[in-house]
Design a binder for this molecule. Structure first.
Ligand code: CDV
Length: 311
């Protein structure tokens, strides 16, 4: 018996700096309605899906930065997304900038939530691997100030029992790190959802620009196969405020094969029926962790942050 879930990966094209959230949300609702017509139960949206990718600009005034953050979820502007999801009986993953009051102080996270078919938040994730830099670097054609604007996520990589399976989340740069997928794999994740904003041009190593699409799929396919999990990776794509972002939104099977992939750099929905039981093909065979892992030999992974030189 299959444990099927029909998943929609809802890629977004560029969002302008002055585009109001209401416009981005209207675009997402249109994709959600299209998804509903195709029997979708769960829609995955990109990272920082409500606004333009604001870490590309240095902003000195905290009020200008905070304007890109959500202080409540749902809030007045995001409520329609939750209402339509409930009306259609569709769950969703959403990436957004979270401004939280926690431990007696204001905190900023690059976050994602998982919302069930009733419009209720059933999972939250805060981005662990923040790429980029802290200070303004004038030599760059555009900034990547995630390290300045966000704190490192403090929730780890939890998984949740939802949509008839075990599901987890991560965000963009997280997908490049095998630890991300393995920590969720060790919780027997059957589905990992992630949104991304990935520029074609990587200023510190422009010689790799032509490899951006390859690396995107390479890491997600490896993460899927090595942990026997479905992976849904969703881009904010296209020419956004002078910066080209890759597309390549896709749904990847536990075998590492891309089942379906977007063809454009704009708003586009792709749909696939994912049988969560297919995870067992890998999880009880080549990557049967209990039988084959050798954690004693991996201690260096958590014992050190950087490289430890041989004696
Ligand atoms: N939003 C991201 O995390 N972007 C990074 C870029 C800067 C390399 C990524 O890993 O795609």
């Amino acid at each position: 018996m299959a444990r099927n879930i029909v998943i929609g990966a809802a890629q977004l094209g560029p969002i302008a700096r002055d585009e109001p959230r209401s416009s981005a949300i209207a675009r997402m609702i249109a994709l959600m309605r299209e998804a509903s017509g195709k029997g979708v139960e769960l829609v995955v949206f990109p990272e920082l899906a409500l606004t333009t990718f604001f870490p590309r600009w240095f902003m000195a005034d905290q009020a200008d930065i905070d304007a890109f953050f959500e202080t409540s979820m749902p809030g007045p502007e995001t409520a329609p997304l939750f209402e339509v999801a409930k009306e259609l009986g569709i769950g969703f993953y959403l990436g957004y900038a979270e401004l939280a009051e926690e431990d007696g102080r204001v905190r900023h996270f690059n976050a994602s939530i998982l919302v069930d078919k009733e419009g209720k938040i059933v999972g939250k994730y805060r981005k662990v691997h923040l790429p980029g830099h802290r200070e303004h670097e004038s030599w760059r054609p555009f900034q990547h100030l995630e390290k300045r604007y966000f704190e490192t996520g403090n929730l780890g990589f939890p998984t949740f029992s939802a949509f008839g399976g075990t599901v987890g989340m991560c965000l963009c740069n997280d997908r490049r790190w095998p630890e991300t997928f393995r920590v969720m794999g060790l919780q027997q994740a059957e589905l990992v959802m992630l949104g991304y904003n990935t520029p074609v041009h990587y200023p510190p190593a422009p010689e790799h620009d032509h490899l951006q699409d390859f690396h995107n799929h390479l890491v997600m396919q490896a993460g899927a196969y090595q942990n026997g999990t479905w992976v849904v990776g969703v881009a904010k794509a296209g020419h956004e405020e002078g910066c080209d972002l890759i597309g390549g939104t896709c749904i990847i099977a536990p075998t590492g094969e891309i089942a379906v992939q977007c063809q454009t750099l704009g708003d586009e929905l792709i749909v696939h029926t994912c049988d969560l039981d297919r995870c067992r093909e890998i999880q009880t065979n080549i990557f049967d962790f209990a039988q084959h892992r050798e954690p004693d030999s991996y201690q260096l992974i958590t014992a050190t942050k950087g490289v430890r030189k041989p004696n």
